[in-house]
Ligand binder design. Structure first.
Ligand code: SF4
Length: 308
């Protein structure tokens, strides 16, 4: 296996972290590097572990995504299996139990620490049941969407892409915004007659960057998936709140998105001491966020000296 290099590539989550808190960005994208290796420094090991941490809110979203990804992958392979609303709850329970046993001590990638247990912020029973109910409702909401009925009817060859889910990274998700590289992992792409539909399942609230994420997905799809030549529509399904944001993604939208991505990449490159090798400036060049609202659920509290 070749040596894995820490590469500077745009992604929506990377750009959001950079905009939210520079210190967190440094910890997540640089300090953590190599933290999985036997000879890693204590601080890198800790940053790596904290970078794998999930909150109950993010766990709810990732469990729902995992169940949907498995379902639509099956559909693409010609195997229809019912969507079971309890399935994400089973995943959440398993992650909770593994985190309680502190299995993250040996393998935080496979067994992520859970913020609420790690930082002793245990939610009460009602709140925990609320997360489980939210996951069930999200799955039920998908089955009621008109596109769900449509997806069961279309030729399986028209399901063009399903998120591998579970953080499986491959070069397939990389695309070019010269002179930079970027990453996009749409949840689902299918062809409906002449139109390409890019779907993203959202279990959180509407965010400003959601449209940019879909535009990045459209640029990626045009570059990396064969046969993406028709008009593209984005379908943002906010499945926890039963709302849909559906819109065309034009070539002009994509050009604007490319400019935003280039601007983000220039700003991130400015924080490097050595841009060829993606070596960052010293930690002090990445200031902590002054607004505490970003700190409340930040997984890096153990490293960051900012008192919460
Ligand atoms: S605790 Fe706050 S200041 Fe520190 S890394 Fe997290 S968001 Fe940034």
């Amino acid at each position: 296996m070749g040596i894995i290099r820490n590469q500077l590539r745009w992604s929506k989550s990377r750009a959001s972290t950079f905009s939210d808190c520079k210190r967190k960005y440094y910890l997540r994208y640089y300090q953590h590097w190599g933290g999985w290796e036997d000879g890693a420094s204590e601080i890198s090991r800790l940053a790596y572990r904290l970078g794998k941490m999930v909150t109950m809110a993010t766990l709810t979203g990732s469990a729902v995504h995992e169940v949907l990804a498995a379902h639509f992958r099956g559909l693409g392979n010609g195997q229809f299996r019912e969507l079971v609303p309890d399935r994400p709850v089973e995943i959440m329970r398993r992650v909770w139990m593994d985190a309680k046993k502190e299995l993250w001590r040996n393998n935080p990638k496979k067994y992520p620490p859970l913020f609420e247990l790690y930082y002793d912020r245990l939610p009460d029973g009602d709140k925990l049941r609320g997360y489980a109910e939210k996951a069930r409702q999200a799955i039920k909401a998908v089955t009621k969407l008109p596109i769900y009925g449509r997806l069961k009817q279309i030729d399986r060859a028209d399901i063009l892409w399903v998120d591998p889910a579970g953080g499986a990274f491959s070069e397939r998700v990389v695309f070019n915004i010269p002179p930079y590289e970027a990453i996009s992992v749409p949840d689902l792409i299918y062809k409906d007659r002449d139109t390409i539909v890019i779907v993203d399942w959202k279990t959180g609230q509407v965010r400003d960057q959601d449209h940019l994420q879909m535009e990045a997905g459209a640029i990626w799809a045009r570059q990396r998936i064969n046969g993406i030549d028709g008009p593209i529509r984005a379908y943002l399904a906010y499945i926890a709140s039963d709302s849909i944001d559906e819109f065309p993604v034009t070539d002009e939208d994509c050009l604007k998105a490319e400019e935003v991505i280039r601007d983000d990449m220039e700003a991130m490159t400015d924080c490097l001491e050595d841009s060829e090798r993606n070596i960052p400036r010293p930690e002090e060049a990445f200031p902590r966020q002054k607004s505490r609202k970003f700190c409340e659920y930040c997984e890096f509290q153990e490293i960051c000296y900012s008192p919460i």
